[in-house]
Design a protein around this ligand. Structure first.
Ligand SMILES: [Zn+2]
Ligand SMILES: [Zn+2]
Length: 323
């Protein structure tokens, strides 16, 4: 067959066309990329030392009950004015950290939070599986942190739980069991967000056993130290994991009511709590005197992990960030 003369050249077959097409595809593809994150943190663990009073942790001048945290301050940040400004009990305190709202839920485990948690927002925002978000708790009642009653959220985007002897209403277990489980959960899953509760200071305090109370603070200090070393020795977590240490509440100030045995009001002993954090985005060897509070944890976690918690009443603790 004879070739047609004067046929227009097919520009789509020319090298120039390929060049422009490549540029188009390259920039078109880039637009769909996830934006560059503002922070190095990719995983966050919140470790709660239940009911340790500030005067026995950072407020004790020699730091004799928190020797590991005291040494780790070289790598981290401590907030000297951190408060639970509302309901100084276990379930409400943990709820405030996770939702960014002081809700005053029942303290026995019969009531779920009203607002969605940072776990639910994170799982929904990034479509993450429940194997990456965990509630790990010595106290079984904290299983309520795994859900909320807001109609549009209830029963959805729920983190995994490992609470108490065997879930809600099965009783407390030992902190040593919680620590063992925490290590196996973080080894066997790529955990991206978790809150962990250790009971001992609170339970010993209620029993009026001051020696066991102080030993509980020492034991949790050791767990914290071991867990930080575990994270930093694991390639999945090393240098991209934030560890926050805090309390749900303190205990009555000395001379107030029954002293260290109970808690529940807004005396200085009950509301002044610990905030200590390690991770790639925090200042190091730094004591922050800006007043912050329990509900700020939710907003700060969300900021570091790149999602929003629109229902939080807290603020981002920007003064503890490196930049
Ligand atoms: Zn208590
Ligand atoms: Zn009090």
């Amino acid at each position: 067959m004879k070739k047609l003369k004067n046929k227009a050249p097919n520009i789509f077959n020319t090298p120039i066309a390929f060049f422009f097409m490549a540029i188009f595809l390259f920039y078109g593809g880039c637009k769909k990329d996830v934006p560059v994150p503002n922070y190095k943190t990719q995983n966050i663990f919140i470790l709660v030392v239940d009911g340790a009073r500030f005067t026995e942790t950072w407020g004790e001048p020699t730091h004799q009950y928190i020797p590991h945290r005291s040494a780790l301050l070289q790598q981290g940040v401590f907030c000297s004015k951190f408060y639970n400004n509302a309901f100084t009990a276990t379930c409400p305190g943990h709820d405030a950290m996770c939702t960014g709202v002081y809700e005053n839920i029942n303290n026995t485990g019969i009531q779920y939070p009203t607002n969605p948690s940072i776990f639910q927002y994170w799982m929904k925002t990034f479509d993450r599986p429940c194997s990456e978000a965990w509630i790990v708790s010595t106290k079984d009642k904290l299983e309520v942190l795994s859900d909320c009653v807001a109609p549009e959220w209830r029963g959805t985007y729920r983190p995994s739980t490992d609470c108490g002897v065997n879930g809600l209403f099965t009783g407390y277990r030992e902190d040593s069991t919680t620590f063992k489980n925490l290590k196996s959960i973080t080894t066997n899953n790529h955990v991206r967000m978790a809150i962990v509760n250790f009971k001992q200071p609170d339970v010993a305090g209620h029993l009026g056993d001051s020696a066991a109370y102080l030993q509980g603070i020492l034991d949790t200090d050791d767990y914290i130290f071991q867990f930080w070393n575990f994270l930093q020795s694991n390639p999945f977590y090393k240098d991209k994991t934030t560890l926050i240490i805090t309390n749900d509440h303190g205990r009555h100030s000395a001379g107030h009511l029954d002293g260290f045995i109970s808690h529940g009001d807004l005396c200085e002993g009950c509301k002044h709590i610990e905030f200590f954090a390690l991770g790639p985005d925090f200042k190091q060897n730094y004591t922050c005197a800006t007043p912050y509070e329990q509900i700020d944890i939710a907003s700060t976690v969300a900021e570091l992990m790149g999602f929003k918690v629109p229902t939080s009443n807290g603020k981002v603790m920007k003064d503890i960030f490196r930049n």
